[in-house]
Write a protein of this length. Sequence first.
Length: 275
Amino acid sequence: MEEAVATVEAGDGCVEQLDGCIDASEAWDKAVAFFVGSLEGVDGGNDPNGKPGSGGTYGNQLYALADKRCDDYRTCSASGDTANRGTPSKANILTIGLFQQGAAAIYAGDVDNARKIIKNINTQAAVPLIQATLRYAWRLGQGSTKDKEVAEGGTFAAGALPQLWKCDKKAARLVFKELQIGSDRVNNGKSNFSKVLRAFECNYECLGITCEQIGALYDGDEFDEVPNLGFLDPTVDPRFPKCTDRPNLCKKLKGKGKKRCKKFTSNPNKQDFGL
């Protein structure tokens, strides 16, 4: 995406739809290709039957990650409130729409608008990374020391932490400490999930995302349909609940809750990233 913008800035090919615009548009298309991957098919719908609990087929890129996490958090489809594995995640639906807007902006030579769209794409792409980080942080917080879960927790955190660090350095450091691969804390099953959750939730406003976009973790294995009824069991409780959107989560908390949240917003990052 940055290559596409830089190519437009280097000349006026896109403004006048000259030969130079081909390179910029191709660079943008490559970004979409790397985001989606080659295994999603023509519609990215995962499973043609699409029933909750029926499984699904996925590719290997960020698009696939968002679809895998949406049935864990019930954030699939345009409504963002279902575990239907036959529909893309809401994050993917929004991201593909943004990619289309960005392609038009690049073709028109509208660099300012393209940069705004890149920022919004980065925000949407952070949703499945945060969902994945919280999923494995919850498992490690339950005492798991499984190699796979340790590795996934640390790896997904590596994808999510740069944006959290952009908001608050201390929050990012605390999450890193709780999920650092090879640390005594992780090796001994002593990760503190509540710290990881609070670090992200208290910075959702800065990150540009909402509690609704993240959802509540049901973790996939709870998505079996009720026998003979054909719908999800409404009595199943999530691993951790969905937070409630507020203008500022920290300001609305009181007592110990407010004190805990302040810890994760006490060191805002003052650097200008141009984002």
